[in-house]
Design a protein around this ligand. Structure first.
Ligand SMILES: C[S@@+](CC[C@H](N)C(=O)[O-])C[C@H]1O[C@@H](n2cnc3c(N)ncnc32)[C@H](O)[C@@H]1O
Ligand code: SF4
Ligand code: SF4
Length: 313
């Protein structure tokens, strides 16, 4: 039976950064952002549907003044909790407060490059130092830290530097691929990596895999997309989608937690709807359809990074 293992929960769309690639177009607080009571209700729903891990994301989750109460509640009901942050607001005081509540928190911190220029091309001037300070505060406080790194056409050549940076700081490295959604749509020509560029990244993962702990998203490693199979995202208004990158595609919405329980939404959903034409292709067992959100957002039926039939650049 399909089980929801990791569910992302978008606590806000407010953000103090304005990254070029941002799939949720973060900046302003949404008018429909859930109140603390509604957030607790969603967490209860996830717990009773036997979700293993909740990943608190945004926008920037640390802009919510009630973030401590949210973490405390999630931990209190027995969820395994992750926090996804740009770390710029993670002062020593903030990190200390979080540590008091839950020292086992898994912290994912986004770096789009280990060199300031590469990171700041995506995240804006002055963001490298801010993120680095917050990152070091979490590392020095002894948290389980993972660097979240999204591969794009501008940073893939610097990927080995990113690996060495993660090694130097003894943290894990999660590797994801740019999907042109939200603000990212505006930059898809300059940011979308091609097949050769992703192959280069895969080669480096293979080269370093025994000396660093990698988490590699299936849109790079290959294999069946986890959207709606072991993974889902709760958007800022309680809408459940199979992956956060489907946020603007109403036809792929699974349901809304203000109307139905998570369990009901999860059980009544068939993730095969995402496979489109790939499902009946004779090569499906070799390519598994790639990243379904990427295909959809490029206006394609297939993902050119993985497709064994269509031509690739
Ligand atoms: C939306 S952010 C929210 C958490 C926090 N503000 C941060 O930047 O880490 C979550 C993750 O999604 C990544 N992301 C944003 N836009 C993306 C896109 N178009 N394709 C792939 N990943 C993206 C970010 O780099 C970040 O690692
Ligand atoms: S990627 Fe994260 S830090 Fe950047 S604008 Fe989006 S929510 Fe903010
Ligand atoms: S749609 Fe793409 S980004 Fe989303 S879970 Fe599937 S492979 Fe990953």
């Amino acid at each position: 039976m399909r089980r929801p293992k990791i569910v992302e929960f978008e606590l806000t769309t407010a953000c103090n950064y304005a990254c070029k690639h941002c799939y949720c177009n973060a900046g302003k607080k949404s008018k429909v952002e859930l109140s603390i009571e509604q957030v607790k209700h969603v967490l209860d729903e996830l717990k009773s549907a036997h979700v293993e891990t909740v990943d608190l994301i945004g926008g920037e989750p640390l802009v919510r003044p009630d973030i401590y109460e949210i973490i405390e509640y999630a931990v209190g009901i027995g969820l395994d909790v992750m926090l996804n942050t740009n770390a710029s607001l993670a002062s020593k005081e903030v990190v200390k407060k979080i540590k008091k509540i839950y020292p086992q928190l898994k912290v994912g911190i986004s770096f789009d490059g280990s060199l300031p220029d590469i990171h700041e091309f995506i995240r804006g001037k002055g963001t490298f130092d801010k993120t680095y300070k917050g990152f070091m505060n979490f590392v020095e406080a002894g948290f389980d830290v993972t660097i979240l790194h999204v591969i794009n056409k501008k940073n893939y050549l610097y990927f080995e530097d990113m690996i060495n940076f993660a090694k130097k700081h003894r943290v894990s490295l999660y590797v994801d691929r740019f999907v042109p959604v939200g603000r990212g749509q505006l930059y898809k020509k300059i940011l979308t990596p091609n097949k050769k560029e992703i192959e280069y990244v895969r080669h480096l993962i293979e080269k370093h895999k025994n000396s660093i702990n990698f988490y590699v998203e299936e849109n790079i490693s290959g294999g069946l997309c986890s959207a709606g199979r072991t993974h889902a995202s709760v958007l800022v208004d309680g809408t459940v989608v199979p992956c956060g990158h489907f946020r603007y595609d109403k036809e792929y919405y699974m349901g809304n937690l203000n109307e139905k329980s998570f369990e009901e939404i999860w059980k009544s959903y068939d993730p095969d709807v995402l496979l489109d034409a790939c499902k009946v292709c004779s090569m499906f067992k070799r390519c598994f359809g790639g990243c379904r959100a990427f295909a959809k957002n490029m206006g394609l039926k297939y993902d050119p990074i993985f497709c064994e039939v269509e031509s690739n650049d």
